[in-house]
Design a protein. Structure first.
Lengths: 247, 189
């Protein structure tokens, strides 16, 4: 019995068929396809998916999503507003080449944060704080002077300034009205002298403090020039605090 | 040829999607042939029926793992499952015995190769079915499934030499039966 004979035997029976057992397909059909329908898991899942899809597409779901978004926005706004009102806002000016350019309200309490974080520089900072206060006053004075130069008549100022929300601070108006006499110049000299003194002792601390003191402008961290003034600035969002690192 | 291959591939795609019509088509096309495969291993019709049913269920659940490799690959895969199920059934029934009938057939020596054209498919299948179970199983695996003795030994849990001797004796018995049948046919004519 060689392999060719065996191969012939194999080929002869290769296509041989018998009638399949009767009723087997019906049993198989029940076994293979009906259980899935009986279980109903697939259909249920599909139904659930379909319902979810319909819900996502419905106006109710969109309205719910919009309401949720609105509530979240309201909450954030309220929180920010509360945090702003809890601090005493201070208004100041910075004079830039003879123009009272901008005014931004911001909490000075960030200075307290700075004090807490750098306990070793406490003495320097307390001195610095007084400088900052003076500096702030000085800026107000300078801004008021500038306004006075630009707006000779109070009436004109009233017209323009009152339309501008930034100029609604009574301190500024009072300074404007009073004309801010020469004591301001004295203060300028005094502050400048203190600045020089501090610069000589600790330029870095001064730079940081100046940056932090000029919170009217909410400078970006790490950008300050040799005079301690921050060079880059951006309008912060309400409640934003940028004094978390070195300025 | 290509058309047939394309049709087979399309059928496979539908089978994977578990389309009832595709599975009916598969059953109609291959159930008869798979019945013959089962009958080579199992004599009882009821056993063949059970094995065929189990095989189709197994195919249904493992269809996604089937890899189409051209025309005939589907049939080969199905046959493999059918053979595997048949062997499993034999093992479960503890019907496999490779020690029986060895002494009885030891004296059969036939060098003649009967002309297969003289026999019908049914007759050939009947002769194979008449072989002792151990012989039949090894013979089927070696001749029709083209397994090596090493593979057969692993499948049946026997020694490789045992598989070879079983096959040798199986073909001796088959040759003798074929010669006998041939003689009967010639006498009848």
């Amino acid at each position: 019995m060689n392999h060719k004979w065996l191969e012939r035997l194999r080929n002869q029976l290769k296509d041989h068929e018998e009638a399949p057992p009767q009723g087997l397909w019906q049993e198989l059909e029940k076994e293979l396809f009906k259980p899935a329908q009986k279980k109903g898991i697939v259909l249920y899942t599909e139904q659930v998916k379909r319902n979810m899809l319909l819900f996502y597409r419905s106006y109710e779901s969109r309205a719910a999503a919009f309401a949720g978004l609105l509530l979240a926005s309201l909450f954030v706004w309220t929180y920010v507003k509360q945090s702003n009102h809890s601090d005493k806002p201070q208004v100041a000016y910075q004079q830039s080449r003879g123009e009272a350019s901008r005014i931004i309200q911001a909490p000075l309490d960030s200075m307290n944060v700075l004090n807490q974080t750098s306990g070793r520089e406490l003495g320097t900072l307390s001195a610095m704080e007084s400088t900052i206060r003076m500096d702030s006053d000085l800026l107000k004075v300078e801004a008021a002077d500038s306004l006075k130069n630009q707006q000779p008549a109070f009436g004109n100022l009233k017209k323009s300034a009152f339309n501008d929300r930034r100029l609604m601070n009574p301190q500024v108006l009072v300074s404007q009205k009073l004309g801010i006499p020469t004591p301001a110049k004295l203060k300028i000299q005094e502050v400048q002298a203190k600045r020089r003194q501090l610069r000589s002792t600790g330029a870095e601390v001064l730079r940081r403090s100046a940056c932090c003191s000029n919170i009217n402008f909410r400078h970006e961290l790490g950008n300050s020039d040799a005079d301690g003034k921050c060079t880059s600035r951006h309008r912060p969002t309400p409640g934003e605090c940028t004094f978390s690192g070195s300025c | 040829m290509l058309k047939e291959e394309r049709q087979e591939r399309e059928l496979v795609d539908r089978l994977v999607l578990k389309e009832p019509s595709a599975w009916k088509e598969l059953y109609d096309a291959y159930a008869g042939n798979l019945s013959v495969v089962g009958s080579r291993y199992l004599r009882e019709k009821e056993d063949v029926r059970d094995i065929l049913q189990n095989s189709f269920i197994k195919m249904f659940h493992s269809m996604a793992s089937f890899e189409f490799r051209g025309k005939g690959s589907l049939r080969a895969w199905m046959t493999q499952i059918m053979v595997h199920e048949s062997l499993k059934h034999l093992k479960q029934q503890a019907k496999l015995d490779f020690t029986t009938d060895v002494a009885e057939v030891a004296d059969f020596v036939s060098e003649e190769e009967p002309d297969l054209e003289l026999f019908t498919q049914k007759e050939l299948l009947g002769l194979i079915q008449s072989l002792p179970l151990g012989y039949r199983t090894v013979f089927n695996l070696y001749v029709f499934e083209q397994k090596s003795h090493k593979e057969i030994a692993m499948l049946l849990g026997i020694k490789e030499s045992s598989s070879a001797s079983q096959y040798h004796r199986a073909k001796q018995v088959l040759m003798d039966k074929l010669t006998e049948l041939k003689t009967l046919k010639l006498d009848a004519t």
